[in-house]
Design a protein around this ligand. Structure first.
Ligand SMILES: C[S@@+](CC[C@H](N)C(=O)[O-])C[C@H]1O[C@@H](n2cnc3c(N)ncnc32)[C@H](O)[C@@H]1O
Length: 507
């Protein structure tokens, strides 16, 4: 690979201090490592298990079309040929895959998320690890995806939506804000820490210009600080995965070593490095830690959490917080947990605010919508409806309780307090794009599904009206190979396009 402006081999642009640091780590392998900077970068995508029903049929053609080759460390990961630009394909708009740097796929594999757990992705934007974790949870349990920067949290939320994730809450908070609220709550935590990005040099030459020793030191200090908060939020017996896309020891082994010295309740079970001169990937560091016994930090934080909850800020979200039976949402989505079966009360205020107080009316509208537009069911897991202005969300629960209640989210910046079901209008619900991407095409009252190269798909993605098949009326889905792309509303032989304007393709 060469620099675009001067055709100078990338290796020659690397800072000398960086080269010296790498020499100290890699010794005789340094030359081979540095030569990797003159090789082309790698491109990867990860298939979305939440779209598994359509995948089997599509995969053989997809493999051929994008030149897919398996990534050895991730069963759903594939290298692709960049010339095929899978990010511009209708399958991408339908959430069939997530484009992700191959070595970055290691971290969520080692987190080993399980369906039904309560999991935090603490530094989550743009959503590579979040979507990978969600794929392994199969819509069961609760996933909190947090990103400190609001603009990046919006992108994260859009990726959660595109991938059809039903059980994620997306927040935009500093780690200390979360650790005050959620001590010892999570079964697993992913901390893909902000870092000096030495593994990004091939992908983004700007990262070379930003690199300095002092930046590395600043990143290491910030990582240690974030790790402290992750430690507070992990349950005893829980698993914490720490990862970076940088190579130096200060931000990797040294950070983990210092953390474990300060936290004897943690032990490291595995350290993995993906090196660009050994594997087809840009490089990653992953440490797997286990929290063995209750820590004093947790006890302290519990008491401060309790008082923080008592003094909680003004309500920004209202919730019905009632046991909701949703018979017309069908089977597993009808489950909502009563206060009786909630997990142990960790000193939080109950979420009985209900300032909107219109949950029964909201649910009646939702039932009516589902009966007409989604007779096959919405596919939601256990949860409760949550009003946020006019927007109606489904706050996810686990099978045994509601680990995060509406009141826990009060005063936090929340990009998405669960699946956005739709917006309440006078006497009706306008379904959200998130709901279209989360349901099965076959659950809809009508679906018009086309091959990816059909002119109707391009027209739909441009926001145009489509002709309706005979007999269709009301809400239904436009799909590509049975993968929903968005809502349409049929009337008088025409389908009005409800793809959000921001997602439309240009002519
Ligand atoms: C390596 S990126 C995360 C990539 C993401 N996990 C993925 O797989 O798509 C690190 C993230 O940490 C966020 N960040 C920056 N400063 C932070 C801080 N002080 N606390 C928590 N997160 C921070 C950055 O905005 C960035 O989105």
């Amino acid at each position: 690979m060469v620099t675009s402006k001067e055709s100078k081999p990338l290796r020659l642009t690397l800072p000398q201090t960086f080269i010296d640091n790498m020499q100290a780590i890699l010794g005789s392998q340094t030359d081979s490592f540095l030569n990797s900077y003159n090789e082309p970068r790698t491109y990867g995508l990860r298939l979305n298990p939440l779209k598994a029903a359509a995948l089997d049929k599509i995969l053989p053609a997809l493999t051929e079309q994008f030149g897919l080759q398996p990534i050895p460390w991730c069963a759903t990961g594939y290298y692709y040929n960049e010339e095929f630009r899978p990010g511009k394909h209708p399958y991408h708009a339908a959430g069939l895959y997530y484009i992700q740097e191959p070595s970055a796929m290691t971290a969520a594999e080692l987190l080993d998320p399980q369906p039904g757990e309560v999991i935090l992705d603490l530094a989550a934007a743009p959503g590579g690890k979040t979507t990978q974790i969600a794929g392994k949870m199969h819509g069961q349990g609760v996933l909190v995806a947090n990103e400190i920067h609001p603009a990046r949290a919006k992108i994260l939320s859009e990726n959660v939506e595109r991938c059809g994730i039903v059980n994620a809450i997306v927040t935009s908070a500093a780690p200390d804000e979360l650790s005050r609220r959620f001590p010892a709550l999570f079964d697993r935590i992913m901390l893909d820490a902000p870092c000096s990005g030495e593994g990004m040099f091939r992908k983004d030459e700007g990262a070379i210009a930003e690199w300095s020793d002092s930046h590395v030191a600043m990143c290491a200090a910030r990582q240690s600080d974030i790790l402290e908060h992750a430690a507070i939020m992990l349950k005893p017996g829980g698993r914490l995965v720490y990862s970076t896309c940088t190579f130096n020891r200060s931000e990797n082994e040294d950070t983990i070593h210092a953390f474990c010295l300060a936290h004897p309740e943690f032990e490291v079970s595995q350290i993995e490095r993906v090196w660009p001169h050994e594997s087809r990937g840009e490089g990653h560091f992953v440490a797997v830690l286990h929290k063995a016994k209750p820590s004093d930090v947790v006890a302290d934080a519990c008491s401060s959490h309790a008082s923080a909850a008592e003094d909680g800020p003004a309500e920004r979200i209202s919730s019905s917080a009632q046991t909701v039976t949703a018979p017309k949402l069908r089977a597993r989505e009808a489950r909502s947990n009563s206060s009786r079966d909630r997990g142990a009360d960790r000193g939080r205020r109950s979420s009985s605010g209900g300032a909107g107080g219109s949950s029964a009316a909201d649910m009646a509208l939702l039932h009516a919508f589902c009966a007409a537009a989604l007779p096959g069911g919405a596919g939601l897991g256990p949860g409760e409806p949550l009003r946020f202005g006019d927007a109606l969300y489904w706050l996810p629960h686990t099978n045994s309780g509601s680990p995060i209640r509406a009141s826990d989210l009060q005063g936090l910046k929340v990009a998405r307090p669960g699946l956005h079901l739709g917006d309440i209008r006078t006497n009706r619900i306008e379904p959200s794009h998130s709901l279209a991407l989360a349901v099965s095409a076959h659950a809809a009252a009508w679906v018009q599904s086309y091959r990816p190269d059909a002119p109707e798909i391009a027209a739909f993605l441009r926001g145009e009206t489509l002709p309706a098949q005979e007999g269709s009326s009301g809400w239904g889905l436009i799909a590509v190979d049975d993968l929903p792309l968005g809502w349409g509303k049929a009337s008088g032989g025409q389908i009005k396009n409800h793809l959000p304007k921001g997602l439309r393709w240009f002519k």
